[in-house]
Design a protein around this ligand. Structure first.
Ligand code: PHE
Ligand code: NA
Length: 493
């Protein structure tokens, strides 16, 4: 059967951008920039974008386009002993998929609360105690299923399933064409309002004021690289799958640059949006900005609701903000599930409808672990190991395979033969030297730190089982699939 294809070039770019722009841009990027030196963070961030983000995107677009398969088939075509890397990436995508959907579920609930600000004035207590119902739980002592969290997650799964089940052009592309313009419009409308609030400029000063002492801190560079891979959705099977549906005549380098620049531009805009609001909030409460900001999930579900309480017309701005979060999250979730579904279709020769049903069905059941009292803790622990260990390892191995085992100059000539503008030698230097060296240092530091100090105060048994054990199991199962099953055929489809 002929492989499905995107209908239009804009459709592909919107889908790729829809994958890239996600929860990571809206709550993770602003906080990371703030925490890692404000304006000075942009130096490592832009460096990581140019030396790792853009080359990686070009590389994955060419792999998908040339090899016409999801990650396992693409790597298998590069060498039958490399299929495991594709499965390892598919497992990373699967794990992210089951916890990412929980955050989308929270955002759907908060979209509802936002109409009347029913989160009250103590948004911290509301989120942790009343909404999540977090008690003395741990990642391995989850408590019971919380229906009020499970139901919005079911809604999210339903939308993702509908898009994947319908197919590349009629489902994913159509959803992206609705979701992305809607998202841009909502964010622009929000910015247009909040930028004029009292104190907004103070917030922006905070975000952009460079703290150059942080530039020499290895942690800041690690944060910048980690953020780039996650934010661009590269290194875990997604962009390879999406580009495997590109028509033969496609401009790889142009598409890659656009996707990266739109994503990173959106992050800046989101940063401006969030920090304008925080500056306003600090001013209203006559507190220093540092005292109103809280980290990670807290930023979107604790600080922002508190800020919304203080805004003029909160019943409009609040729902728009959370709808933007939901839309950004859903378009990313669709892309992760597609990465898994298309790998299953390739390997088992299942129809799209069958693969989509099984993948979403199993994913849904597993994701219910995150709809429990301790779901947030499990999410936090798994997310840490996936981002700081598994994803970086996967990216490093991919770079070493492409840069050293195979010929990266082949990829460059392939890209240049079909793209309007040519990419230079810098591409090979980034793939072979700069990015792998940076990644090896960062991954090495993360491994030793985590090994010596654990993470987040969790029990050693939890770290061993749900952190190290999970990553090891993903690796072992990927290798078993590779050696024990018939290789994905090397023939052109
Ligand atoms: N790129 C997404 C973001 O920034 C993250 C993501 C996308 C994660 C797709 C998984 C799958 O939020
Ligand atoms: Na992103």
């Amino acid at each position: 059967m002929k492989r499905e294809q995107w209908g239009t070039r804009a459709g592909f770019i919107l889908a790729a951008v829809g994958s890239a722009i996600g929860l990571g841009n809206i709550w993770r990027f602003p906080y990371m920039a703030y925490e890692n030196g404000g304006g000075a963070f942009f130096i490592p961030y832009l460096f990581a974008m140019i030396t790792a983000g853009i080359p990686f995107m070009i590389m994955e677009f060419s792999l998908g386009h040339k090899l016409r398969g999801a990650a396992p088939r693409a790597f298998s075509k590069l060498g039958v002993k490399l299929e495991w890397l594709g499965w390892f990436q598919v497992f990373i995508a699967s794990v992210i998929a089951v916890y990412y959907v929980a955050v989308i579920g929270w955002a759907i609930s908060y979209l509802g609360f936002a109409f009347t600000q029913s989160w009250g004035s103590d948004t911290n207590a509301f989120f942790f105690s009343e909404y999540l119902k977090l008690g003395d739980n741990s990642p391995s002592n989850l408590g019971g299923l919380q229906l009020h969290i499970a139901i919005p997650m079911i809604i999210a799964w339903g939308i993702t399933f509908a898009a994947i089940f319908t197919g590349v052009k009629g489902g994913i592309e159509r959803a992206s064409k609705i979701m992305m313009p809607l998202l841009f419009l909502m964010v622009l409308a929000l910015i247009a309002r909040v930028i004029f609030l009292d104190g907004a400029l103070n917030g922006l000063n905070y975000l952009f004021q460079p703290d150059f002492s942080k530039i020499l801190d290895a942690k800041v560079w690690s944060a910048a690289y980690g953020q780039i891979f996650f934010t661009l959705s590269v290194g875990f099977a997604i962009m390879i799958a999406y580009s495997s549906y590109l028509p033969e005549k496609s401009d790889i380098s142009n598409n890659a640059f656009m996707t990266v620049l739109i994503n990173c531009g959106f992050s800046m805009v989101a940063g401006i949006l969030i920090f304008s609001v925080l500056g306003y909030m600090a001013q209203e409460q006559a507190k220093p900005l540092t005292e109103v900001v809280s980290a990670g999930v807290g930023l979107a579900f604790v600080t922002i609701p508190a800020a919304i309480n203080l805004l003029p017309a909160p019943y409009i701005l609040g729902p728009v903000f959370f709808l933007a979060l939901v839309v950004a999250g859903l378009s990313s979730h669709i892309s992760i599930i597609e990465a898994v579904t298309s790998a299953v279709m390739d390997k088992l020769k299942w129809s799209r409808k069958k693969a989509a049903s099984v993948v979403c069905g199993v994913g849904f059941i597993v994701s219910m672990a995150f709809a429990t009292n301790g779901g947030l803790l499990l999410l936090d622990l798994v997310d840490y190991f996936i981002n700081n260990v598994a994803l970086l390892a996967s990216c490093l191995i991919e770079l070493l395979v492409i840069g050293w085992l195979l010929k990266v100059s082949d990829i460059r000539s392939y890209v240049n033969s079909i793209s309007e503008f040519s990419i230079g030698k810098w591409f090979e230097i980034c793939i072979r030297f700069i990015s792998p060296i940076m990644l090896a240092i960062i991954l090495g530091t993360n491994l030793t730190n985590t090994f010596n100090n654990g993470y987040g105060g969790y029990e050693t048994s939890d770290l061993l089982m749900l952190g190290w054990g999970l990553v090891a199991a993903m690796f072992v199962i990927a290798v078993i699939i590779n050696v024990a099953s018939k290789p994905l055929e090397n023939k052109e489809v």
